[in-house]
Design a protein around this ligand. Structure first.
Ligand code: DGJ
Length: 331
């Protein structure tokens, strides 16, 4: 468990420095943007978008449509959330077939992986799009090992709905839910996945109707569900907000920005991507976000900060120039 392993190295534990260049155990900058975490068999796996090479504006765009060639999905592993070993390109892009969902000319964003106990498979969902973002679909891939390789299955519009920014939330009862920005990014949807996690059910619920939120990241604390989102301003940061629900398919109540401290009004110049529960530590979460560099997306950075709940169950994300995991685990 993390608590035990953290106790072991608490003394020499390096700090987490949000926004710094984070390198893997080979010394290369970690390339895993819009990412998500899987905790499996005592190891964390970090999956993210590989953004490599030149950034350019898609010709004819009347908005900040900057991009790099789709690089697929990377996978890194760690035993302590501090030292990250590069594992693989878990899902490779397609360099040849320009009609393929995974072609380098397409958009592959916000990959999230969960493990299905019933099938023994690792399932990756991601946002798949065309350069102009009109395709608006969810793609799914499956693997036998956490580090992949993942086999791409298909993309779809869940129940016919547009699907862009997304996350997957796996509940304690094994049910999994796809949160996705839909209806031209105006309304968020939550759709329950099938038991094998490979398809959508028709249990598809509209929330944050006409609120124009994206970058969803979800956690559960004290039997309540918390959804963190950003506004829709391309690669430019804006203020986060969150919503709370007693039941995942129930009523979500909106609240203002949970961020506190320097640059809280721009989510610390970043955009949410995942909230990681620290196993074995009640109420300890890490808020994970991307500080996009819209002119050179490859050198976008990562912002991780402690997410703390106050006694009323309200979450706060406090800016810290640097912090130690031991500070939130008590070890
Ligand atoms: C904001 C989204 O959150 C990102 O994942 C990406 O799609 C950019 N928009 C593209 O501008």
């Amino acid at each position: 468990m993390i608590a035990a392993s953290m106790t072991g190295f608490a003394q020499e534990q390096p700090p987490i420095v949000p926004g710094a260049v984070w390198t893997d155990t080979d010394g290369n900058p970690i390339n895993a943007h819009g990412g998500g975490m899987l905790y499996y068999a005592g190891t964390w796996y970090w999956y993210g978008e590989i953004k490599k090479g030149d950034t350019w504006r898609v010709p004819g765009s009347n908005w900040e449509n900057n991009r790099v060639n789709a690089g697929g999905v990377s996978c890194y592993s760690s035993k302590d959330l501090l030292h990250w070993k590069y594992e693989s390109v878990a899902l490779a892009p397609d360099k040849n077939d320009s009609t393929a969902d995974l072609h380098i000319s397409k958009v592959i964003e916000r990959p999230k992986v969960i493990y299905n106990k019933k099938t023994g498979k690792f399932v990756m969902w991601m946002h798949i799009d065309s350069q102009d973002y009109s395709y608006a679909r969810a793609g799914v891939a499956v693997g036998d090992k956490p580090e992949g390789p993942f086999r791409y299955i298909r993309s779809e519009r869940p129940n016919g709905n547009m699907a862009r920014d997304m996350t997957i939330f796996q509940d304690d009862d094994g049910k999994a839910y796809h949160f996705y920005s839909s209806e031209e990014n105006q309304t968020m949807h939550i759709c329950e996945l099938t038991d094998d996690y490979l398809s959508h059910t028709t249990n598809d619920h509209r929330i944050l109707v006409q609120r124009a939120r994206e970058a969803p990241a979800v956690c559960k604390y004290n039997s309540r569900f918390y959804l963190f989102t950003s506004g829709c301003t391309g690669w430019s940061p804006n203020a986060a907000s969150y919503a709370v629900a007693d039941s995942i398919m129930g009523t979500w109540t909106e609240h203002d920005n949970p961020c506190r401290g320097t640059d809280a009004d721009s989510t610390f110049h970043a955009q949410s991507t995942f909230v990681l529960p620290v196993p074995g530590e009640t109420g300890a979460f890490i808020f994970m976000a991307d500080r996009w560099n819209k002119n050179d997306l490859e050198i976008s950075r990562y912002i991780w900060l402690p997410l703390i709940f106050n006694p009323e169950g309200m979450p706060h994300v406090q800016w810290k120039d640097e912090w130690k995991l031991s500070g939130i685990t008590g070890n």
